[in-house]
Design a protein around this ligand. Structure first.
Ligand code: XIL
Length: 606
């Protein structure tokens, strides 16, 4: 299996890279062309980084920036508090310096940002302005700034973070307070008047995947497009935590935006993680950067990819001004503190090389290995029944479960109808406290209408009903069954037909509508019975074989992807995580369905 020889791949890539730059094969294959910038330029792609003026005091910073990137975003220098600290008094010195650096190195500039609810000078915060006065002040600011760099700053984030988190709606901002709900539309109008050739973007965070915030942004910009507000693109900031990049959802979101005739820029990418830097976390960070760039490159409308910094030494996530993120050791970028390229750098280099049609740096197998795509087609041991009365063979530990059919089960909290159906006990996982006493025993069976699932959990302290089931179900006692009915057991992203179905112990006291959680769980149309038992709890569930998301046909030896987890809380939040599939060694099944094992149907007449 891939997993056992994980990290030698990046050492191999460095060797390949050296070989490639030594063995130049054509005039174009200079050493330079094996930089991010060199490869991006072969397909006219913009690959950028944010820079804060003081970073340039370090020589290596400027060198790395101009060698690897052909786009530059001023990290703070174009924000309102920096440019117009007091009314009508502008300070362009630092932005001028960055613009000059970019021009000297032939880099395209993304202006960031004309309006934001942070970095707000006192005059704008305090006002007071009438609507007309504020519109004039906005026009003056935008004309002055955009006008000064007309034809030199190619794209502007006109409005930054204008949609609120959660249930959303327009964010409460200073300009909105003075002007009213059309304040962003006016800003786009003014920016367009000041530089008709500049590309104008709406930019935001937490809206890369197909979520509520992304939907609101989509609705808002659709309306602007319909009303001829001069907007040309949507910026996706892309501040991620390792494991959170959902490539297919980001691709879907980029697609719908491009269907409006708009461009997409990835504007502030970084991928952080908590805890130690290990080879495995660097591989997963590389995988997330790879998925993000791959979602972008998969659509012609995605025309720029900007990373929010160059070296881990200078990342806003270490910034002491930002109490909420400050972490002096966070390493979210492509170059380490010594400016050495990290696995994520080589991953992106490989993607750009493939796109440019030049020798790729990683083999397909190395890419699979980096992405954590594991082959589920392992050789299973011969199916045997250790007890002749069993209706199906013994499971292959952590790899395959044989589900007897046809067997009909009644959801009544009694297990007599599960007699002779093989049980599997799971007592290993990724989170196991010292005094741990939790174990999951599960079984599955099917008839011609339903898949039936049984979970018997031993657990001396039941914690349920104490968390919001929509947001934090996994923090309390719950069992998760995962199904991949798409036929593609190597799928590495959730799509219709793949579901993570968490069944909460809270169902014990809620017998009516099932309390469930997890990606696509509602599409399973699951029915649940849960009861408390002497040493824990028991869940019986049934899932229709035909739903709007899938058709599962139990035939002898037919397979679907399958996984089982249990979450246990012994006092307040989850402190136990037990996992059945041997492929999932880091609790990533919620993100990567290729880590499931399989469920193999077994005709009981065999
Ligand atoms: C951050 C800068 O990186 C920091 O240096 C500064 O102290 C605060 O702002 N989303 C944005 C960026 O749109 O402007 C923010 O930049 C990071 C989050």
């Amino acid at each position: 299996m891939f997993r056992n020889r994980t990290l030698s791949i990046f050492a191999a890539i460095i060797t390949t890279l050296i070989a490639l730059s030594v063995g130049i094969t054509s005039a174009q294959d200079t050493e330079d062309s094996y930089t991010l910038r060199g490869l991006a330029e072969r397909t006219n792609f913009h690959f950028g980084a944010a820079v804060y003026t003081y970073h340039l005091n370090e020589e290596k910073h400027g060198e790395t920036l101009s060698r690897e990137f052909n786009m530059l975003t001023p990290e703070n220098e174009a924000k309102t508090c920096e440019l117009q600290p007091s009314p009508n008094t502008f300070n362009f010195s630092r932005l001028d310096r960055l613009v000059a650096f970019a021009e000297e190195h032939d880099m395209t500039i993304r202006g960031h940002t004309l309006m934001w609810h942070q970095c707000v000078p006192a005059w704008l915060e305090n006002g007071p302005f009438t609507r007309e006065e504020a519109i004039e002040a906005l026009r003056y600011h935008i004309y002055t700034v955009v006008g000064r760099y007309q034809g030199r700053i190619a794209a502007w984030d006109v409005a930054n973070e204008g949609i609120a988190d959660g249930a959303g709606g327009l964010r409460e901002t200073q300009w909105r307070r003075w002007i009213g709900d059309d304040y962003m539309e006016l800003a786009f109008q003014f920016a367009h008047e000041a530089d008709p050739d500049a590309l104008l973007f709406y930019n935001d965070y937490g809206a890369e995947s197909m979520n509520n915030k992304a939907n609101q942004i989509y609705e808002m910009v659709s309306d602007w497009v319909a009303r001829d507000i001069p907007i040309h693109g949507v910026g996706m900031q892309a501040h991620f935590t390792v494991g959170d990049v959902n490539e297919s959802q980001i691709a879907e979101n980029i697609q719908r935006i491009s269907d409006l005739g708009l461009q997409v820029h990835i504007t502030e990418a970084d991928v952080r993680y908590a805890g130690e830097t290990t080879d495995d976390i660097l591989r997963r960070q590389a995988a997330d950067y790879y998925k993000l760039l791959s979602a972008c490159l998969g659509n012609e409308a995605c025309t720029a990819f900007v990373i929010w910094g160059v070296t881990d030494q200078f990342t806003w996530l270490r910034d002491s001004n930002l109490g909420f993120f400050e972490n002096p050791t966070v390493e979210p970028l492509l170059f380490d503190t010594e400016y050495e390229p990290k696995p994520a750098y080589f991953a992106l280099l490989d993607l750009l090389a493939r796109r440019a049609g030049v020798t790729s740096l990683m083999t397909d197998a190395q890419v699979d290995e980096m992405l954590g795509r594991v082959e589920v087609t392992v050789d299973l041991p011969e199916a045997t029944k250790s007890d002749p009365d069993q209706l199906a063979p013994d499971s292959a530990a952590g790899q395959a479960y044989y589900a007897a059919y046809p067997v009909t089960i009644t959801l009544d909290g009694e297990t007599d109808d599960w007699d002779n159906i093989p049980r599997v006990t799971v007592d290993t996982g990724t989170l196991i406290p010292a005094n741990h006493d939790t174990a999951l025993t599960f079984a599955a069976a099917a008839d011609d209408t339903h898949l039936y699932l049984l979970a018997e959990v031993t657990d001396s302290s039941l914690i349920y009903g104490t968390h919001d089931p929509a947001a934090a179900w996994y923090e309390e006692d719950s069992v998760e069954f995962y199904i991949n009915a798409t036929g593609d057991l190597a799928a590495i992203a959730y799509e219709p037909g793949i579901a993570q179905i968490a069944i909460l112990a809270a169902n014990i006291t809620n017998p009516d509508a099932p309390i469930i959680g997890g990606t696509n769980s509602a599409s399973s149309e699951i029915d649940v019975t849960a009861i408390e038992t002497e040493d824990g709890y028991l869940i019986e569930a049934s899932i229709p074989l035909t739903t709007s998301a899938w058709t599962i046909t139990p035939e002898h030896l037919a397979e679907i992807g399958f996984q089982a987890h249990v979450n246990g809380a012994s006092t307040e939040n989850r402190d136990t995580k037990l996992i059945w599939s041997m492929y999932d060694v880091s609790d990533q099944s919620w993100n990567n369905p290729s880590l499931f094992g399989k469920l193999i149907f077994w005709d009981v007449s065999q």
